[in-house]
Design a protein around this ligand. Structure first.
Ligand code: ADP
Ligand code: MG
Length: 454
C-alpha cells in the first residue's frame, strides 16, 4: 500500500529527528511496515530488535503514527526469514560520503554486535546523582578490576526504570572499549531461559555450557526471572555462574530486589548472589530528575528551559523511564503544534499523565505520615517547640512537602504553623546535607518517599 509507505517514511523522519542519527541507524532504519488485517504491522528483523523497540520506543512510534493517521492499530512483529529484505545493507555496502570503513572497523562492529550491548548505554550518558552515586562509582571501579573477588558477582538492584540496565551495559561498553576482544555477553534472564529450553530440546547442554563458560564478562539482566522458572534453568545457571567466578571472570546481575528477597530462588543461588558486592539504585530526587531531563534534551539538541524541566520533574517522580516518556510527549506536543517548548505546552502534553496520577500528595498527607512514622502528635509538629525529636521530623516534612507537592515556599511555611518561607528553605538545606552524612536520615527519607508514593 503506497499510503502506508508514505506514512512510514514520515514516521521514520520524525523518529530520526527525535532520537538522533545513532539510534536511528541502530534501531529504526531496519524496520519495515505494511498494512495488513486492518493493522499497521511494523516488522523487525529479529527478536532482539523487536524486544528493544517494544520496551523502549513503541509508545513513541505509536504516538507518531496516531498523529499521522488519526489513529491506527499497531502490531510489532518479527520478520520471517524470507521477508528480511536487504533494507539494511551490510556495513561494507553502505554508501557514504566518508571514506569506506576499514576491515578492522567491520570486525569491531561484528564483535560489538555479538556482545548484544546497546552502544548508547554508557557512563557518559548516565547522569549521576544521590540516588545512583554509589552504584555509579562501584560500576566504574568494577571496570578497572574486572573479576576481582571483592565484587564478583556484582549484584545491582532497584525498582523499574531506575537505570539498572543502563549501568550494567555501561560497564560492558567500557570493557568493550578497553578490550574489544574480550568475550562479553549481555542478556536478559528470559533469553537465558530460552537458551536452556532450546538446549534441552536438542540435548545440547554441552554446547550451552561451553558457550556460557567461555565468557569473560557475563551481564545477566533481571535475574529475578530465573526464579520461579524450572529448576533446570537455575541448575544450569548455578553451574555456569560458579565456573565463571572460579575462573575469575566477572558476572554482573541486575534484579528488582536484593538477593534474600527473591522468591522461589534456590537457596544456593541466593547465597552465591550475595557473596560478592550488592548495590542499590534508588529513585532519583528532584535535582537529579531535572539534571536527567536537561541532559536528554541536550542529547536531542532541544532547548529545555529550567522552568519546564522543573515542572516535568516535579510531576513525574516514579522513575527515569517515565521521565523520558514525559519529555518525549512534551517534545511531540511542541512539534505538532509547531510552537516551541513552553510551560503551557508541557502542561497540555502531560494532562493525561497527571489525570492518571490523580492521587497527588498533599501537605496534609505528608504531615500525617511523618507523625505516624516518628510517633508525634500533629499539634507538636505544628507547634513552636524546637527540641530535636520534633524539629527534625518537622524539617523532614517541610522538605518532603517542597519535593512532592506544587505548593510554594510561603504556602508550605504557612501550613506548618505559620512559619516563614526561609524556615522551609533552611529545612530543605538541612535535610539535603544530612542525607549525605547521616545514613539513618537518608534511609528514613527514602522510606517516607516510598510510603507517600504508594
Ligand atoms: P531499569 O533497568 O532499572 O528498569 P533502565 O536502565 O532501562 O532501567 O533505564 C530506563 C531508561 O532511563 C533508560 O532509557 C535509561 O537510559 C534511562 N536512565 C535511567 N537512569 C538514568 C540516569 N541516571 N541518567 C540518564 N538516563 C537514565
Ligand atoms: Mg532493566
Amino acid at each position: 500500500m503506497l499510503e502506508t509507505d508514505i506514512i512510514w517514511q514520515q514516521c521514520l523522519i520524525l523518529l530520526k529527528e527525535q532520537f538522533g542519527e545513532q539510534d536511528f541507524n541502530t534501531w529504526f532504519k531496519q524496520l519495515q511496515a505494511r498494512y495488513k488485517d486492518n493493522k499497521l504491522q511494523i516488522i523487525a528483523n529479529n527478536r532482539l530488535v523487536q524486544d528493544f523497540i517494544r520496551n523502549k520506543y513503541l509508545t513513541q512510534i505509536s504516538n507518531i503514527l496516531n498523529e499521522l493517521t488519526g489513529g491506527v492499530d499497531i502490531e510489532l512483529i518479527v520478520a520471517k526469514s524470507s521477508e528480511i529484505k536487504p533494507n539494511t545493507p551490510k556495513p561494507t555496502q553502505v554508501k557514504t560520503n566518508t571514506t569506506p570503513k576499514s576491515h578492522d572497523k567491520d570486525l569491531a562492529e561484528n564483535l560489538q554486535q555479538a556482545t548484544k550491548l546497546n552502544p548508547n548505554y554508557t557512563f557518559d550518558t548516565l547522569v549521576r546523582g544521590n540516588s545512583n552515586q554509589l552504584a555509579y562509582a562501584i560500576g566504574m571501579h568494577v571496570t578497572q578490576k574486572l573479576g576481582h573477588k571483592n565484587h564478583n558477582p556484582l549484584f545491582i538492584y532497584g525498582g523499574v526504570g531506575l537505570g539498572k540496565t543502563h549501568l550494567m551495559q555501561a560497564i560492558g561498553n567500557e570493557q568493550y572499549k578497553n578490550n574489544p576482544k574480550a568475550k562479553i555477553r549481555y542478556l536478559h534472564a528470559n533469553d537465558y531461559i530460552q537458551d536452556v529450553v532450546k538446549a534441552s530440546m536438542r540435548q545440547g547442554f554441552d554446547e550451552l555450557k561451553k558457550y556460557y563458560n567461555s565468557l569473560d564478562l557475563l551481564l545477566m539482566d533481571d535475574i529475578q526471572f530465573i526464579a520461579g522458572d524450572k529448576t533446570k534453568t537455575q541448575e544450569e545457571f548455578f553451574y555456569t555462574f560458579n565456573t565463571l567466578i572460579d575462573k575469575g571472570k566477572q558476572v554482573i546481575m541486575t534484579c528488582d530486589t536484593y538477593p534474600k528477597n527473591i522468591n522461589n530462588l534456590n537457596e544456593r543461588l541466593i547465597s552465591r548472589f550475595a557473596s560478592g558486592l550488592t548495590v542499590e539504585i534508588q529513585p532519583p530526587e528532584l535535582e537529579m530528575r531535572v539534571a536527567i531531563l536537561k541532559r536528554k534534551a541536550e542529547q536531542n539538541r532541544i532547548n529545555l528551559d529550567d522552568e519546564v524541566a522543573f515542572f516535568i520533574a516535579q510531576n513525574i517522580k516514579a522513575n527515569v523511564r517515565e521521565l523520558e516518556g514525559a519529555l518525549n510527549k512534551v517534545i511531540y506536543q511542541a512539534h505538532f503544534s509547531e510552537k516551541g517548548i513552553s510551560l503551557a505546552i508541557a502542561k497540555e502534553a502531560l494532562m493525561d499523565v497527571f489525570a492518571l496520577d490523580s492521587r497527588s500528595i498533599s501537605i496534609d498527607d505528608i504531615q500525617k505520615i511523618i507523625c505516624d512514622f516518628y510517633k508525634l502528635k500533629i499539634s507538636d509538629l505544628l507547634s513552636a517547640k524546637r527540641t530535636q525529636v520534633i524539629a527534625r521530623p518537622r524539617q523532614m516534612a517541610m522538605s518532603l512537602s517542597k519535593e512532592l507537592t506544587q505548593h510554594s515556599l510561603p504556602a508550605i511555611g504557612n501550613a506548618f504553623g505559620g512559619r516563614d518561607h526561609t524556615t522551609v528553605i533552611h529545612a530543605q538545606k538541612t535535610i539535603h546535607n544530612l542525607r549525605k552524612t547521616d545514613e539513618k536520615i537518608e534511609r528514613e527519607y527514602n522510606l517516607l518517599i516510598q510510603m507517600l508514593n504508594t
